[in-house]
Design a protein around this ligand. Sequence first.
Ligand SMILES: [Zn+2]
Length: 209
Amino acid sequence: MDMNSVVDDVLENIEKSDNPNRPSRKEAEAAVRTLISWAGDDPAREGLIETPKRVVKAYEEFFAGYEEDPDLVLGKTFEEVEGYDDMVMLRDIDLESHCEHHMVAILGKAHIAYVPTSKVVGISKLARVIEIYAKRLQTQETMTAQVADSINRVLAPKGVAILIEAKHQCMTTRGIKKPDVATITTQFTGVFKEDPNMERRFLSMIRGY
Ligand SMILES: [Zn+2]
């Protein structure tokens, strides 16, 4: 047994103790070999030998969001607002996710705003919340609602606005093959829902005004 496989076995046991129902890394790699054969290639071919290992590692990155709790990330708030009572907005947050129907990439941008009450959060935390939900198997609609819900639940702001614009590779590279179609989803709560002027300001700020 070489050093790498000893390390693999130790990591395996740690993962197992976290979630006994989770398939082992070796089982996950075997599943990738099955898919390579299904695609029509030979998993034993030299260029493909290490591929199952790499794919499983890539999956760890793509789906890292299952390991994290967005509410905990947002829970670290700074209470002092110092008289600030307008929206806080993050524009053009890069979004990388995977659709739950085809496990193919969804790539786009997210824009989020909220109007704080007493609780203000570090701005990078909002981007982290998007990332945590994005690094799971998703639909764009569900992800949009989950981000708004999480911010509402933890920060209890006067309102939340979120707009996600993304291209789904399951639509651009297969199926109906419409490479330019962007899917846009929005969720508005509180003041953004009640006051059309707030909604308008949010939308025009996305365009840079
Ligand atoms: Zn899809």
